[in-house]
Design a protein around this ligand. Sequence first.
Ligand SMILES: [Zn+2]
Length: 223
Amino acid sequence: MQGKSEIAKVITGVTATQALIDQAITQQADAILVHHGYFWKGEAQEITGMKQRRIKALLAHNINLIAYHLPLDVHPEFGNNRQLAHVLGLVDISSVSSVKPEGLLMLGELPDAMSHVGLASLIEEKLDRPPLSEAVIDRPIKKLAWCTGGGQGFIEQAVMAGADAFITGEVSEQTIHTAREMGIDFYSAGHHATERYGAKALGEYVADTYGLNVSFIDIPNPA
Ligand SMILES: [Zn+2]
C-alpha cells in the first residue's frame, strides 16, 4: 500500500496489526514490512471495522505497507523456513522438491542426535516459547523436516521424506493421530514464534544494503 515516496525509517514485524501500526506511527516510520498483510483469499472484501481502522491509520500517516507472504516463507536466504533452521542451528539443509513452491517443506539435521525432550528444550530456548509436542519414535532425533506457520498439513510429506521429527507452527487434532500412526515425532512451536525471523532478516539486509534505519518489532502472540 502506497505511502510517502521517500523511505528512510522502516519497521519490520510478523503481522500488520494495529499494534504494529501504532508503534510505526510513534516511531515516525515511513514504511512497514511484514509477512502477514491484508486481503487474504476468501476474506470479506468490505473495508470496515478492524480493517478500516488499520488502513485509515496507515493512510493518515502516509505509511507504506509492504507484505510478502509465501515468498518470505520460501526464500532461500531470508525465508522463514531458512531462518528457522539458522535459529535452531540445523545443518545439511535442503528442500523437499515434491512440495511446491520449493522451499515450503525443508529437511535438515541436528548437529548431534537428541531426545524428544532435548529438542523441545532447544525449541523453547531459541523461540522463547514451549512447543506442544508428541513423542512417538523410540530412537534419538537426528533428521528434521519443518514448515513455519500453519504447516501441519505437511506431516505426511515429512514422514515420506524420512524425517525423525516434524516441526511446524500450528497443530490440528488429526496431526497427532498422523504422527502416532505414521511414526514421527511432532512439535507445534507457534505460528508467530516460527515466523519471526524472515521479515527480521530481510529488514537487516535492507538496512545494510540501502543504509535505511530498520527496526524489528515483536508483538508477541501465543498462537
Ligand atoms: Zn504465516
